[in-house]
Design a protein around this ligand. Structure first.
Ligand SMILES: *[C@@H]1O[C@H](CO)[C@@H](O)[C@H](O)[C@H]1NC(C)=O
Ligand SMILES: *[C@@H]1O[C@H](CO)[C@@H](O)[C@H](O)[C@H]1NC(C)=O
Ligand SMILES: *[C@@H]1O[C@H](CO)[C@@H](O)[C@H](O)[C@H]1NC(C)=O
Length: 820
């Protein structure tokens, strides 16, 4: 700071070296010159020689010179004219600083005689320096809350000049906020200060640029400027304010953890830490929200940290607090509303409202089997459930009210086809993509007695006659598709009459397993076939039953010995025969019958003993007794023949008969042509087969025609017809009359007959008998093929084989029909 001495003389120097003030001091011989600073080199300070009273000539003679004590020589003497001139630039400020007077002492030396003179040069100040601020720019920080009137010291400017040339005044540029006040220190230095005129608001204007100008008192006036930057310091006078008071956001419920929902943003008009905002949940925020979301305290980012579930909570609402770091801290609030959006994340659920009831198989259509419902936790379409049955069942879903369904029967049930149904129910919601769940429901179908017992077959059994009573005849069995009691079967025999006798006296049935037993033995000769009707009845309610028929065929056993019919033993009569009979004469014919049938009734005759074995022979098959040779005179008139009659059973049964033949004279020989035929048996042999075929065929046709005619007649006349000789025991089997033809030719005493058994086994009892004349003397034949199942051709072969060539002949003209 320049200090201007109040007593400093104001000297006006004109820059012409002709103008100067000369201070003449004789007593002290002191000379003082006054010059302004900063004179040019060579400028005349004073005429020192003259001032010292020297002549111009003396100057050189007396060797006038200036001796400087030390330091720089600012001056020199012009030896020519004795003038003191400036040798070097003189800066008062560097020589004397701030002292008010600045004297440069000189010693002037004059020799011969040596004289010393003291000369003083006073350097006068000129305004060569302007005020200068120590720094041209300065910064002033002022808090915005500072009260008006507050003063802020500024650094003053410095002017090295002194006196009036030194610093004189300050000026501040025009502004609204500050005014300048100059404070004068006791030493007179002036200090500028800023006075706050108006409250600062950093938020309105944070920086004020001021220009301070310092002026000195010189002429012309010099000035210096300094820029003062006033920075308004923030004070925490603003609370953070959120962009929005309510943030709304929607979020899918399946948003994963870490999803950034939104970022809340608050602004704080303050600066620095006063505007540094941190975000928090409001203190009252419940844990349920804090566990679900987090807010980043720095960025205000809200993140999902829990698992959201629309079904649990559809909306979250909470407050976020923004707080700055000022002191005291200020806060702002905002509300955040998070709407959770439903996602189809819940599969529908099938709920059994009632357990499925077993349903009877005869349940009417529409019978309710079970009630089911559907549930889906999702909302709207995602929660709309559609139930359906997957697959084909006799059931359907009947929607009742609001997602409830009844499973009802849709068609007729049959336990025997489907005893149990596993219904696959599918529930699907209407979400996208749709979710599906399934459930299986088992519905049992209860049995109803709707199936009768069924026999798989009809039974035909063959029982040998004379079997032990109580033996098993057969076992029948029926099956029932139902279960339990409905399938439990009892067997019984429906009673009927067999030969006027109740069937129940013949047989007995085990009602539990259908085994049929005989109660006594059967006799083929009395009963050849009969039927048993067995009824199977289940235990249902009501019970169902069905029938089957067991055909029982009695098989013949050889239990009857042949019985000789002719000649009868009782008569004991003699057969008469003429002595004139030639060889081959038919003496008599043994007739025997066997009550058995088939092989058991196939009778053969054999001569065991005779009075004369050479005279008679017995035909093995026909029983004819013929002469072997011409009867001679020597032969006894009474001949006795002992003949065995034997059947073909196994074991064979036999009987014997004794024939007495009386040879008489004068009897005629009745038959001749027969003998003629038998004489040439070999010729007829080949014809036998043909005859037999023709005869059998004609018999068959005859029988058939006769039967037809007789049936028609019988129908009309019932029993009146005397000419009806065809008996039908059973009309059922007549449908296939020729399927198995049995021919039975029997010799039955004087009656010869052909028995034709037609049809299948069932119709065995259906027989037709052709009756032959009893009067026939000619050979007849016994041909048996029992239980034949072979065809007609086979039978012919059998016939052919079993008959010896000469044994028989067939006289068709002898056949007539008579009632049996
Ligand atoms: C329910 O599902 C079934 C089978 O997919 C379909 O036929 C039926 O139209 C659906 N009903 C509704 C109401 O969507
Ligand atoms: C039926 O029962 C009787 C007596 O228990 C038994 O002897 C017979 O063998 C049974 N029949 C069948 C076919 O099981
Ligand atoms: C079984 O036979 C009896 C007697 O003939 C008869 O009443 C009944 O109806 C028959 N049952 C069936 C199922 O044919």
């Amino acid at each position: 700071y320049s200090s201007l001495k109040p007593w400093a003389m104001k000297m006006v120097f004109y820059p012409s070296f002709w103008l100067f003030f000369l201070l003449w001091n004789t007593t002290e011989a002191q000379i003082r010159y006054t010059i302004p600073e900063e004179l040019k080199e060579g400028s005349v300070v004073g005429h020192i020689a003259k001032d010292l009273g020297l002549e111009a000539s003396d100057i050189v003679v007396r060797k006038l010179r200036i001796s400087a004590k030390a330091g720089k020589q600012y001056f020199s003497v012009d030896l020519g004219n004795g003038e003191l001139v400036v040798k070097e630039r003189i800066d008062r400020e560097s020589l004397c600083g701030q002292s008010p007077s600045c004297l440069l002492p000189l010693q002037v030396v004059i020799e011969e005689p040596l004289q010393l003179y003291r000369v003083e040069v006073e350097i006068q100040d000129i305004n060569d320096n302007g005020p200068v601020f120590p720094s041209s720019e300065s910064v002033l920080n002022i808090a915005e809350s500072t009260a008006t009137g507050a003063r802020f010291l500024l650094k003053g400017a410095i002017d090295p000049d002194v006196g009036p040339n030194s610093l004189n005044s300050y000026k501040l540029n025009h502004n609204d906020v500050f005014v300048l006040n100059i404070k004068t220190n006791r030493d007179g230095t002036k200090i500028p200060e800023l006075v706050l005129k108006k409250t600062l608001d950093r938020e309105k204007r944070a920086v004020h640029q001021l220009v301070l100008t310092a002026f000195d008192g010189g002429n012309p006036v010099r000035s210096g400027i300094a820029e003062v930057t006033v920075q308004v310091l923030d004070s925490n006078d603003n609370a953070p304010i959120f962009e929005k008071s309510l943030y709304e956001h929607s979020l899918l419920e399946n948003s994963p953890k870490g999803t950034v929902m939104l970022t809340v943003k608050a602004f704080d008009a303050d600066d620095g830490s006063n505007g540094d905002i941190e975000y928090f949940f409001d203190d009252q925020t419940p844990d349920s929200i804090r566990n679900m979301f987090t807010s980043d305290s720095k960025s205000g980012q809200l993140t999902v940290t829990g698992s959201l579930d629309y079904e649990e909570r559809q909306m979250y609402e909470f407050s976020i607090r923004a707080r700055d770091k000022g002191t005291p801290a200020l806060e702002g609030h905002c509300s955040v509303q998070i709407d959770i959006l439903d996602v189809n994340d819940n599969a529908p659920e099938i709920v059994l409202t009632s357990l499925p009831n077993p349903v009877k198989e005869d349940a009417p259509l529409g019978t309710v089997v079970a009630l089911i419902g559907a549930k889906d936790l999702d909302s709207l379409d995602n929660g709309k459930v559609n139930l359906s049955l997957q697959g084909k069942y006799p059931f359907k879903l009947n929607p009742s009210f609001a997602d409830n369904y009844a499973i009802i029967t849709d068609s007729k049930l049959d336990r025997e086809i489907g005893p149990e149904y596993v219904l696959k129910i599918v529930a699907s919601d209407s979400g996208f993509p749709s979710l599906i769940s399934q459930k299986e429901i088992t519905v049992r179908v209860l049995d109803v007695n709707d199936n009768p017992p069924v026999f798989s077959q009809t039974y035909s059994v063959y029982v040998r006659e004379n079997h032990a009573a109580g033996s098993l005849i057969c076992s029948v069995s029926a099956s029932d598709d139902d279960i339990g009691e409905n399938a439990k079967i009892s067997y019984s025999i429906l009673d009927s009459k067999v030969k006027e006798v109740s069937l129940s006296s013949y047989i007995y049935i085990n009602s539990d397993n259908g085994s049929i037993y005989s109660m006594h033995s059967f006799d083929y000769e009395k009963l050849k076939v009969f039927q048993i009707t067995v009824q199977a009845k289940d235990h249902g309610s009501p019970p169902l039953s069905s029938n089957t028929t067991v055909h029982v065929f009695i098989l013949d056993q050889n239990d009857n010995a042949p019985a000789v019919i002719y000649p009868s033993a009782a008569t004991g009569s003699y057969q008469k025969m003429p002595r004139s009979a030639k060889a081959g004469h038919l003496a008599t014919k043994i007739s025997a019958v066997d009550a058995d049938s088939g092989h058991n009734a196939w009778i053969s005759y054999r001569l065991l003993e005779a009075t004369d074995l050479s005279l008679f022979s017995v035909n093995l098959y026909t029983g004819e007794v013929r002469t072997k040779r011409v009867v001679s005179e020597q032969d006894d008139s009474s001949q006795r023949l002992f003949i065995e009659v034997k059947d073909n059973g196994d074991p064979a049964q036999s009987t014997t008969v004794t024939v007495n033949i009386l040879l008489e004279d004068g009897l005629h020989e009745p038959i001749s042509d027969f003998r003629q035929k038998t004489a040439e048996p070999s010729k007829t042999t080949s014809k036998i087969t043909l005859y037999l075929i023709i005869s059998l065929a004609s018999v068959s046709v005859l029988c058939f025609l006769t039967f037809l005619i007789l049936v028609m007649k019988c129908v009309r006349n019932s029993r009146n017809s005397s000419s009806c000789c065809i008996r039908r025991a059973d009309s059922d089997g007549y449908k296939n009359p020729n399927r198995n033809l049995q021919i039975q030719l029997n010799t039955d005493g004087p009656i010869k007959y052909v028995e034709v058994l037609g049809g299948d086994m069932l119709s065995q009892s259906q027989s037709f008998r052709s009756c032959l004349s009893p009067m026939s003397e000619f050979s007849d034949f016994t041909l048996v093929k029992p239980s034949s199942t072979t065809d007609f051709k086979d039978m012919i072969n059998v016939l052919d084989a079993s008959l010896p060539d000469s044994a028989w002949t067939f006289e068709s003209q002898q056949v007539s029909t008579i009632p049996v």
